[in-house]
Design a protein around this ligand. Structure first.
Ligand code: SF4
Length: 169
């Protein structure tokens, strides 16, 4: 799952751990406005939750806990990222819909969700995405202007986010 910078920083502060201990830079061919550069090439990356091996050819989120009774639970609880909290709700042109793509455990309907709460969460997510896109533009301009020959590391991008969101506090 791709995360916005504010969610990366919020979870890092909650856990008191650097962002690169639970997120990674995933190469993307997508011209998404949250796609960041680490060098002067056209390669772009998006920040996502780290995945761990979970049995044969399967992966799980780094925060997913497998319990002894066979069930699974998010180790972040109420601190889980906004896209996890709003799942399976989505906003389409201002209208709330249920879109549980990727979920195979059950069917979802509007009766399963808190419409007003999810709408507020998704609107806040949308504002956060716009703010993050602006920060990524600034970062990409910084990378493009850099004269160093070495590529930046994902940790450098994370430190930039930590600084920027600290300034905005
Ligand atoms: S709900 Fe928790 S375990 Fe599931 S993807 Fe989100 S952070 Fe990971």
């Amino acid at each position: 799952m791709y995360l916005t910078g504010d969610e990366i920083v919020r979870v890092a502060r909650t856990l008191d751990t650097p962002p690169w201990t639970f997120t990674i830079a995933v190469p993307t061919a997508d011209a998404a406005d949250d796609a960041f550069a680490l060098d002067h090439s056209t390669l772009r990356y998006r920040a996502a939750l780290t995945k761990l091996p979970d049995g044969a050819e399967r992966e799980r989120c780094i925060f997913l806990l497998r319990l002894s009774d066979g069930t699974a639970r998010c180790g972040l609880g109420e601190s889980r990222p906004a896209p996890c909290r709003s799942f399976p709700s989505e906003l389409h042109e201002g209208e709330l819909r249920v879109s549980a793509a990727g979920c195979t455990c059950r069917d979802w309907s509007l009766d399963d969700i808190d419409v007003e709460s999810d709408r507020a969460l998704l609107l806040a997510e949308s504002r956060a995405r716009a703010e993050y896109a602006g920060l990524v533009r600034n970062w990409n301009a910084h990378v493009a202007a850099a004269t160093v020959s070495e590529p930046f590391a994902y940790q450098d991008f994370c430190r930039f986010l930590l600084d920027q969101y600290a300034l905005a506090r």
